[in-house]
Ligand binder design. Structure first.
Ligand SMILES: [Zn+2]
Length: 316
């Protein structure tokens, strides 16, 4: 075996490898962002519920405007990874909204905040969510239970919350007490954000309406659909994100917590929404899309989509 012969044998596959690599586009964060470059766009970070076997991140959504991630709604488990995959930066966010504090809507919040520590953010980060009760913390408690300087689980990051400490920026949590009529809670830089209270068992819960550049995106959060607040909040929405957590015919605790497809259809029709996005998909609703759509179609005839993680929905 001569050295020359050995070289030519190994060089051929190497040349082929270099040839192939020439056509591979590196996945830089900028290249990974394929959503929201123009106009107002909803990106679904987490389209699943609490079950890990659905192979989806839990509930979380981003609203993009012209390439900038402006609003984050919920931060369920897995959403921090999806946030990174989306190409968004925590420093871009104007506000974080929580619908409620079940694990599948809030568990990745500290991971997102820790990541933000490495970014160049200097302006405050407002955080809005429901008030508390005997079962659930309020939004201010939720944030301070993680980051409060004396008893917070992650008090080593208290500089991002405690006014007296020197940090690059501060979180500003607020408790939103809302009823059945939409109440505006945030208005800045072209954003107008309002909420109503929704019924989700004994858990204080909100639905959110985000208005931006003439577009309206509404999030039901988890709710059984009772009350007049949600159809009012969703009136005329360009996109209505409704949670498809239970199938038609659900009873007992499932039905007390969540709205079946027929109720989603009724609310979408009553509100006259322009497009319906079904998310918070669970093992009990996955695979039943045809039945779900048929129930919704008895009431609502507009465009309808079943969401998957990282899907983009332009508001136009
Ligand atoms: Zn949920």
């Amino acid at each position: 075996m001569t050295p020359r012969w050995r070289f030519s044998l190994s060089a051929a596959p190497l040349r082929w490898l270099f040839f192939c690599l020439a056509f591979v586009v590196p996945l830089s964060p900028a290249a990974a962002q394929s959503c929201g470059a123009h106009g107002v766009t909803l990106q679904v970070l987490g389209s699943g519920g609490p079950e890990l076997q659905d192979k989806r991140a839990s509930s979380s959504y981003l609203i993009w405007q012209d390439g900038r991630a402006r609003v984050l709604v919920d931060a369920g488990g897995g959403s921090a990874l999806r946030f990174g995959e989306s190409g968004a930066q925590m420093s871009q966010l104007d506000v974080i909204l929580f619908t409620h504090f079940h694990v599948d809507h809030s568990a990745d919040f500290p991971a997102l905040i820790k990541s933000s520590w490495f970014e160049d953010r200097s302006r405050p980060l407002p955080i809005y969510g429901p008030p508390g009760n005997d079962f659930m913390p309020s939004t201010t408690e939720f944030v301070s239970d993680f980051f409060g300087p004396t008893r917070g689980v992650y008090r080593y990051l208290s500089e991002l919350l405690a006014p007296a400490e020197k940090g690059s920026y501060k979180m500003q949590p607020h408790n939103v007490v809302a009823g059945q009529s939409p109440v505006v809670v945030f208005r800045a830089d072209g954003l107008s954000i309002s909420a109503v209270r929704v019924i989700h068992g004994a858990v204080p819960a909100l639905a959110w309406r985000v208005e931006l550049a003439g577009k309206v995106i509404v999030f039901s959060g988890d709710t059984n659909g009772d009350g007049e607040g949600l159809p009012r909040l969703a009136a005329g929405a360009d996109l209505f994100v409704a949670h498809n957590a239970v199938p038609e015919g659900a009873t007992g605790v499932e039905r007390r917590l969540h709205m079946p497809p027929s109720v989603i259809g009724q609310i979408a029709a009553a509100a006259g929404v322009k497009r319906l996005v079904l998310s918070h998909r669970m093992l009990r609703t996955l695979g039943k899309e045809a039945q779900t759509e048929a129930e919704i179609r008895k009431h609502y005839s507009g465009p309808l989509a079943f969401a998957n993680d990282l899907d983009c929905f332009p508001s136009d």
